[in-house]
Structures are given as C-alpha cells and as structure tokens.
Design a protein around this ligand. Sequence first.
Ligand code: PLP
Length: 413
Amino acid sequence: MNFDALKQNDPRLAELLASERERRQETLDLIASENLCPKGVREAVGSILTDKYAEGYPGDRWYGGCGVIDAVERLAVDRGKQLFGCDHINVQPHSGSQANMAVYFAVLEPGATILSMDLTHGGHLTHGKKANFSGRLFHITHYGVSAETEQIDYDAVAEKAREVKPALIIGGASSYPRRIEAARLAEIAGDVGARLMIDMAHFAGLVAGGVHPDPVPVSDFVTGTTHKTMRGPRGGFVICKQEYAEAIDHAVFPGLQGGPLMHVIAGKAAAFALAMTDDFKAYQAQIVANARAMADEMASLGYRVVSGGTDTHLFLVDLTPLGLTGGQVQQWLGAAGIVLNKNVIPFDKRPSTDPSGIRIGTPSITTRGVVEDGVRQVARWIGQVLKAEAPARAAEGLRAEVLEFCRSHPIPD
Ligand code: PLP
C-alpha cells in the first residue's frame, strides 16, 4: 500500500504510517506475540468490508445486504473448522481477550472458581489478573511452574484442582516456553468435574502447523488469536464442542459484542487458507527450530534460559545473574534495532513493572526468512550488549550491522 489517498488528504498520518513501515523493515522484531501478516490478509483487512454492519450470524442478521458478508463469514468458519478439525468455531471475537471472555460468560456465573496459570509464571491477564474483568468477576486460583524445572508440574495442578474444585481449568500462557499438555489437563478437569479451556493465543499457528500437540480433541473450549504465530489479522476465535456452540455464539453476540469486524473476519478467512498449505507447516517448524537454536546459542554463551530451553516459538532469558533488568536490556537492544520485551520470570524477585527477564520470540524473523545461522547471529549480538561494560554504546555500535542484516532479510510483501 502506498497510502496515495492519505498522502493527499492526511499527509501527517501518511507520514506516520510510512515511518512505521520503515521501522519494521529496519529493525528485528523478537516480540513473541507479533508477526508480519501477508499482503493478501492486509488487503482483506483494508477492504470495503469495514463498512458493513452484520450483527448476528450468517443467515440470521439484523441488517439487510448481508448476502456477501454471510458468504465471507461462512468461508472463515468452514476453513477454521477444516484447519483445526473442530465441531464449531466462532470467528467474531474482536480479540483474544474477548474470545476468553466469551467462554467465561457462556458457562460460568460470576463468582465461579477458575484455576489458571499464575500470571507471574507466564499466564495472561485475562486468566485472572485483579485489574482485568476476569479477576473482578470470578474467583481466581492459580497453579504455576515447579521451582526446580520451571515447567508446569501437572501432578501439582491435579492436587490444586482437587483442593479448589474449579468450574473451569485454563491451560495456556503468554510467556511459557514449553508445550501445554492439554490431554493431561483434560484428565485433571475430568477428575474434578471441571470444564477445560485451552488458550492457544500464542501457539495456534504451531497447532495448525502440526508442531504442537493438538488441544482441540481433548478440550471443551479452545480460544486463540489470529495475529501471533497464526500470522493473520489482529483478532480472536473460539473453538468448542458442538454442545456449547449455541452458548458460545450467544455469549459473543449479543453477549459481548455488537457488529462483527467483517473486514477482519475476511482476513481470518485468508489466514486460515494460508495455514492449510505445506509452506505454513514448514514455516511453523522453522519458527520452533529457530527458537531452539537461539535459546541454545544464548545458553552456550553463558546466559540462563528459563526452564533450560524451549519447545515453542519463544523463550525467556533470566538477567538476574548479570544484575540487569528486563527494562534496561529492552531499551539498549532497541538502540541496536533489536526489538523485544521485558518479561517476568517465574519466582521473579523484581517488580513486574521492571522484571528480571526478557522474552524472545521467533515468529516475525522467521517470516523474514531468517534460519538457524541467522538467529544464532542475533543471539550473539544480544550477548555482546549484555556483557558490554557500556551496553548502550555497544548497542549503538551494532546498529549498522543489524540494519544490514534487516536489509538482507526484507519483509515479504
Ligand atoms: N491469551 C493469551 C495467552 C495471550 O498471550 C493474549 C495476548 O497476548 C491474549 C489472550 C489476548 O489477546 P488480545 O491481545 O488479542 O486481546
């Protein structure tokens, strides 16, 4: 997109969009929740479908003129069902947060007990943070990772479930580098009469690409986002067993949302089609191979990788032994053109506002065609900044090399 109309009508905004495009081309994005969605998806999201009101569902809308819109939503639904092999998928949630909210509102009463992963061990704010609707409306209890392995101890989860008798168990996280064993969580939920929701917001692409165990067959609900590893438009979805289909649809609309974002649903349809290709499967395998190679390189340079490695698209580095904070490192690396985020690590002794870790994800750089030798190079650059006596200067010194690397791995159109 050349922003031709904006350049005419709103030069300031056109300039900002062009600056952001340049920033993306000239920096490396290691934010685990971000990706670069393909042009076809962006065309769908930037389309005239943004104009259409379509409250309701295909064949049952409140507004006229929804014939084409119905076909678009059916396409997204059919492709989603085929991709994830599920009974039912609702593609209307505006975001992952709303997808989670839909599940809670479909099957829980306010005050019901939820058992979810501790937010400081990697869980997400919609899994019960006090300031979030989830923490305000429900009785939240948590499981976490074991202090020894920094991985989920499923026996401890089972014990906690027997103790708190939750109505809903949630698996899934924002900064947990290991696989989520949904089958084990399903057993635990079954034993205590709880329902199971897997939030695969982060690893939906890995599931679609066949490189993460599939939670769909064993879960009552699986929620997700389409913009992270899925490499689609910003948005959410809910998958459920047929018996919950009506309750989920009713919770999304009219329960939580008005008109669906039909341009985004078109983008989801486009992304689901791409996710069924062999290229996408190879891409997902490369994301994981890259995360493993990069975590391995960081470890061999002497840095502490939380849980000793990764099975997914992300890993965490503990900066405690270096006496550094995540915030400092995020800022220094930003000056080198390496963009990532500070992150809490399990049992963090620092405040969550400036925690002890950084989170590193490979979806975006893998989209740029970077493979193992490239990510190992990026790890060495990070290492150079971490060990420097003057890290800010070291980062600035790397900027030209990082820029050259970015230019040799342009963002695909
Ligand atoms: N669930 C998990 C595990 C997430 O990591 C996120 C976002 O990072 C979400 C839900 C929420 O997604 P959104 O930002 O689209 O609301």
